[in-house]
Ligand binder design. Sequence first.
Ligand code: FPP
Length: 277
Amino acid sequence: MTTLYDKVASSVPTGLDRKETEVYRRLDPARLPKHIAIIMDGNGRWAKRRHMPRVAGHRAGVTAVRSTVETAARIHIPALTLYAFSEENWKKRPKSEVGFLMGLLSRYLKAEVPTLNKNNIRLEYIGRQHELPEDVQERMEWAREATSRNSGMVLTLALNYSARSELVDAFRSMVNAAAQNGGIEHLHIDEDAVARHLYTRHLPDPDLVVRTSGEMRLSNFLLWQLAYAEIYVTPTLWPDFRGVHLLEGIAEYQKRERRYGGLNHGDGHAATSEAKS
Ligand code: FPP
């Protein structure tokens, strides 16, 4: 006989650990975010607190990436986007740190493809990929191709990414498309047209953006796409972040009421005092 307990227990996805299971049970599986974006921050501070070099924080950050990606896939989040490094990180950090990050990324991609395949995860990238070192670009293409037949979660790594550059690239792409398609007088710009020319054209806008290490900034990340996203900031430094923290962020997200500029349920009479949200 199937008891109520069996039904509840069996609704928890396989592979979650005890703490994750505890938080997952508080979630409504019908209202999971379709796309979660994460600003991974605090690697340097994590290392500094331990009197270690900054790069030790980045190395420890890979464990956090692994845990977060696996948990997101296990609970069937359709899309996860990680801000791995910005155009500013790439251009303004010491060459030695950037070189270390490139090596870390290459090693991560090589080591992780079997796990990504096991979890049915498809890898994508956003950012000015062509400015990265050639060997890194080749490794990225290899990993993308090796996971391209997976049909589960889309894991997008933002590498050498800047939201303002993405918008500049989108406007250029719109003008080029019009020029090749009957001339500039055929240029038609609306929100859908802009979205179709963004790097993220194949993804829904994120419902939830998570930022670690307590900073309250978007740091030039997905500025167009995050227009209506719920923001969850946790003091946890990225290297300490795990799947359970992602689930806690989702629990917080599910407490919020999303209005997209509309009204709260039952607040029709308050129409004049409502501000955009
Ligand atoms: C921000 O911390 C983190 C980065 C700039 C790099 C993120 C890289 C990883 C998490 C590891 C590699 C990623 C992949 C996908 C393999 P920070 O250095 O700005 O920290 P701070 O603000 O404390 O100095």
